[in-house]
Design a protein around this ligand. Structure first.
Ligand code: CP
Length: 312
């Protein structure tokens, strides 16, 4: 199968076959990171711009690591170090970046739809590294990869997602991706953190945390995104932890071999207790490891794979 997409903007625009191709490609890429010399020449001569308007540890560093492991040249620019602070628009900035002939622009932006806006105006590939509350496709893909690796499948699994769904681009992309791949997704949050119409993405809403985690194969905890909440949407963190935090008692309601996930960064003691975050069932750091392989696969598919085979 050829991968024909120029851009990776959201999970909605990928079909299940494309998702499977990305996961299979990432699985092959993973071995490169286990070699003594973690570098292959696959994208030698390609240029990748990492344009991050918001802070990031995992996403930025794993995209950068992925580019370097494939021998591409990666260049980083942040909002504060760009001429955006002098009033240049995002589109003008993107057109100027394009004039330097990059092959891929990776964009993280606080505004939903920003990567879609520039993708229409530049010839190079655009990868969305998280836009506002809208989408975080590479996170969802690495999450699906991590579950498939641990459970051997996605189809038929019970996936529980708990936390600040309203402000979470990860939740939206994960719900869309996991349900597209045949999982049953159940979400739970205080009513103030459940957006209208979220069921249309392919999930059901549980009335409480206990119902949500009962019989779960996968429990995904999400951070409360205080930076995106105008007014805090619950009285205190202690009350939030008491009603919606993952602790031993609640974990006991899930399947015995349930895995625990979190996209990071975690608020230990709020949405997840420290002993569970560090427990045997936690695959939180495996998610980070898979993030590098998954992003290598995305670079390969948009900048070096079958889309470019005829010109190689
Ligand atoms: N999961 C995630 O997007 O983490 P960062 O914000 O650290 O990139």
């Amino acid at each position: 199968m050829r991968f024909e997409k120029k851009d990776i903007l959201d999970i909605n625009s990928l079909d299940s076959q494309e998702i499977s191709l990305i996961l299979d490609t990432a699985q092959g890429m993973k071995e490169i990171s286990q070699r003594p010399v973690k570098k292959v020449p696959t994208l030698r001569g390609k240029t990748i711009v990492l344009f991050f308007h918001e802070p990031s540890t995992r996403t930025k560093l794993s995209f950068d690591t992925a580019a370097k492991r494939l021998s591409a040249d990666s260049i980083s620019i942040s909002k504060s170090s760009s001429s955006i602070v002098k009033g240049e628009t995002l589109i003008d900035t993107a057109k100027n970046l394009e004039a330097m002939k990059p092959d891929v622009i990776v964009l993280r932006h606080p505004s939903s739809g920003a990567p879609h806006l520039i993708a229409k105006r530049v010839k190079c590939s655009v990868i969305n590294a998280g836009d506002g509350i809208h989408a975080h496709p590479s996170q969802a893909l690495l999450d699906i990869m991590s579950v498939r690796e641990n459970k051997g499948k996605i189809d038929g699994l019970n996936i529980s997602i708990i936390g600040d769904i309203a402000h979470s681009r990860v939740a939206r992309s994960d719900i869309t991706g996991f349900s597209k791949m045949g999982a049953k997704v159940t979400i739970c949050a205080p009513e103030t953190m459940i957006p209208m119409g979220i069921e249309n993405l392919g999930c059901t809403i549980a009335p409480d945390m206990e119902t949500c985690v009962e019989g779960a194969d996968v429990i995904m905890m999400l951070r409360i995104q205080k930076e995106r909440q105008g007014n805090i949407l619950f009285p205190t963190e202690r009350e939030y932890a008491a009603l919606y935090g993952l602790n031993r008692a609640r974990l006991g309601l899930a399947k015995k071999d349930a895995i625990i996930m979190h996209p990071g960064p975690m608020n230990r003691g709020v949405e997840i207790s420290s002993d569970i975050a560090d427990s045997e069932g936690s695959i939180i750091l495996e998610q980070v490891t898979n993030g590098v392989a998954l992003r290598m696969a995305l670079f390969y598919l948009v900048a070096g794979g079958s889309r470019h085979a005829d010109s190689d």
